[in-house]
Design a protein around this ligand. Sequence first.
Ligand code: TUI
Length: 312
Amino acid sequence: MHTRITKLLEIEHPIIQGGMAWVAEYKLASAVSKAGGLGLIGAANAPADWVRDQIRSAKRETEKPFGINIMLMSPYADQVAQLAADEGVKVVTTGAGNPEKYMKMWKEAGIKVIPVVASVALAKRMERCGADAVVAEGCEAGGHIGENTTMVLVPQVADAVSIPVIAAGGIADGRGIAAAFMLGAEGVQMGTHFVVTDECQVHDNYKERIIKAKDIDSRVTGRSTGHPIRVLRNEMTKRYLELENQGAGFEELEELTLGGLRKAVIEGDIKNGSVMAGQIAGMVKERMSCRTLIEKLVQETETVMKGIKIYE
Ligand code: TUI
């Protein structure tokens, strides 16, 4: 499975672990990188000092490349962007915004820059300002999402840009990876399945909620406020969607989700917290190590790709 992505990132398998807020810390990222994928540390809303510690801890764990994801709505985005350059991070991915203003600094620092996009327009803009690749993330993904599904977004982005495309949203096994390749992607980014790996430090309740999820358990909060977030359904989403239907305002809704991800990830409060996960949670049934997961994904993908036979 060697593609322009494995070459660009100097990794063995074109599998990237999503830089999930509160979830993707150095233990997960380094385990994924050690297993031949690309691990990411999620900077989320964390201050630069926390991110620096995480980067240094990951460097102690592995010499393999890893990256950081910068959430552009973070109040610390400017400092973390500078930190990436100062610490010599190999790869930066970005989410929830347009990273154009940092691009020159990152390129000068020799960083491989891979913005996550949810539209063709942003993908083209990112290519123009020097991105090395893009992650095209469909709305099957967990957390902050755009409008298009992976099936619809990936081929349109692949047609619109010449840089390699990484598909994300709704992928958790070899069939999904093979399908992403068919759509024109040269790599995949996965989040939800990595949440239930042994090396992921989230509360056990969070992992169990994903394992128990059914296909119809996914909900999107915040469509009315312009901040759509995909989570697994619970008491919080029930209340939130009721209020949203009744036309509640931003502040009343915000109160229900404030600190919700921390509540779920750290405290294990999966009833009132925000259990961010992708729609594919319904298919994630097994816990395993990152290495076992990556080996399984590679093997499944190769089997599916070899066996592709559409017509008799
Ligand atoms: O960023 C994500 N997923 C995330 S970030 C996050 S942290 C958070 N926590 C609590 C509340 C809110 C956020 C959780 N999940 N995925 C990448 C992604 N980026 N999806 C969609 C986008 C996106 C959307 C609009 C990127 C750019 C954009 O417009 C930028 C522009 O200016 O055109």
